[in-house]
Design a binder for this molecule. Sequence first.
Ligand code: AMP
Ligand code: MG
Length: 327
Amino acid sequence: MPTEARVCAYSAVMMGSPILLKLFDHDETLARQVFQLIKQQENLLTVNRSPSEIMNINQAAGQHAVVVSQPVFELIQIACQVSQLPDSCFNLAIGPLVKRWKIGFQGDHVPPAAELQARLALTDPRDIELDAAARSVFLRKAGMEIDLGAIAKGYIADCVQAFLRQQQVGSALINLGGNVQTVGAPPDEPQGWAIGLKTPFAGLDALIGVINVVNKSVVTSGVYERYFKVDGHYYHHILDPKTGYPLDNELLSVTIISDRSIDGDIYTTLLYGMGVEQGMRYLAAHPDIEAIFVTRDKQVICSSQRQFCFTLLDDSYHQPETMQPTH
Ligand code: AMP
Ligand code: MG
């Protein structure tokens, strides 16, 4: 029997994104448990409504430390470490700027430069005090806000993968708004899951190519995911923590293939900020992480293809003949 006949897809809209769960053999109870797990995690991490553990921290900024659950504390710890890497474009304290731009939400517009400057002063990750013994988080300045939007989906995708493995599921896929995590491979498909790489600014189904993986996470961050346009200029949702404006370089998207989706989610932002050349150098030293860069001049650059296989479908895009990471 062909694989397609047995696949069961369950969908929902959560975290403002379409969520898709693929299982083999119908199991509504399991699907419901997965969606419940996602909802539970979202409720801990959201910055868009109270109550959530992150909102509690943000609302106490400049006043007092807030005790959080162990998983949330560990997630903040990771995000803090990544935010303090030299020249990191990832910054969990970016909240005041994200809230001001409102990109992807009603009322998005270009804020006055002076306001962005003022808010930049509230985004220093060194102003986040973590107390591991007390499991507490304190934002030193009033007005500071943690935003885990760049990392939450990856973290939750890993939680779903762990849950499915615990349930002895050998073959499944979870797609959290473009953040994909997989278990095994589809039955009878040794080449693995086929995950589409979207064509930027094109229709929903338009693909540059297909990424095949087994037991891997595939995460894409792209400038076309959430943006608005004013006077021919696109303003997208990944902000440069140094300037307060959307990151501006040669890239349209970065896709990370890795074991853990949380790494994928972190590295898409980090490498997006680095650009192709520095990104390729970085990847040479991190063989567990692989990337596909899509550039504005329509090149598709793969770091290597040890952990995945990429097939180009759109011939208006090009793959440079050899682009090896440089040391
Ligand atoms: P992603 O979809 O994983 O690329 O994450 C994008 C989201 O991360 C945005 O919608 C913001 O909530 C948040 N964000 C924007 N810029 C940054 C940044 N430089 N560092 C960390 N998070 C960011
Ligand atoms: Mg991310």
